[in-house]
Ligand binder design. Sequence first.
Ligand SMILES: [Zn+2]
Length: 417
Amino acid sequence: MLICGAVSAEQIKPAVKGATKPAATPSDAAKKAAQKPAPKRPPAKMLFGAVTAPAPLEARAIGSYARGCLAGGISLPINGPDWQVMRLSRNRNWGHPRLLDYLERLASDARALDGWPGLLIGDMAQPRGGPMITGHSSHQIGLDADVWLTPMPDRILTPQEREDISATSMLKDPFTVDPAIWTPLHTKLIKRAASYPQVARIFVHPAIKKVLCEQAGKDRAWLSKVRPWWGHYYHFHIRLTCPPGAEGCGNQKPASADDGCGAELQTWFKMLRKAEIDAARPVQPGAKPPPRKPPLSLGDLPRECMTVLNSGGGGPVIAPDGTVPAALKAAAGKDAGPPEPHLDPAALAALKAQMSKSKPGSKPAPAAASASAADPAPASVPAPAPAAAQAANPASLSPSGSASADPSVPLPVRKPR
Ligand SMILES: [Zn+2]
């Protein structure tokens, strides 16, 4: 900061009229100081992650799902007639009014029309949206929400229970939904969630998508909005379209008319099998970890996000060196669900044998449109998970990793969120 101050003071020094003397050369000390690298700016996730209150502005979703922020966010009440918010310590029950209206409507309709007992709400957005310290690449503009696949209990949970209770995994193994846990009510809930026109996408684990395809019956139009994505085996992710006419809010491509139950699902299962084998592969000693994209900086976000960050009170509580309070980081890092299941050694060996028998020259699916980070579900072929990233055992990945099982990155590292 001091360096910048000194440099800019020198630059704005008014020139003396008629002066012949050349401008004073900076002293050796000043030269030395100028060569020092500028102090590192904290990544945007640190700034937005440390904000505790919304920006007192008109409600606006600014930017795109994985690169933006939220003005005028409002918080979903932690108890509604048909919902309860989980993991209160994360302070991520914020959203655009469009998202709150939707969730309240869904909770009410699912209960009244389908008999779903009520929604347990996971992460929505931070008070001012933006990137998060842990868990997601999207959820940045107040139009994404995670809903647990665990039905709401018939009582008000205590704040401690909301921290401690784990969501229920729907999986029996990495490729199969457990029929003892999945019920027709789950199918009805996802169908209901997808049925509203303001929904752009619903993301679920490929095994869940498979069950939905099998149970959909003749009415299949809603399936096209429900797309597979890594990690969504104990919750599903709802993404709404931008409010109509909203300036500076970037929709993703509308879902294709394909119900996704054919070639796309098959490709996902191929990727799941490959990921399972890669996950079991021991990490070579001395092997370099896969390169990670640098985190977004404030400059990577729309310019208005600076205003969002700085307006009113409740700005970032952050040390000058960019560190956030440990308690905040710890709360943000808490996982909501159990780890993903893996095959036992015998089943893994059988899978390997089966894979090595299958056509050797088959090409992997082409990479997703990497230019469109917020469009994780290309019309026909989903992105393969990167082999290098998959080589790491997902269980060993830190919850504070930047890439995640999040539907906004085209090539995600598999993680349980
Ligand atoms: Zn999500």
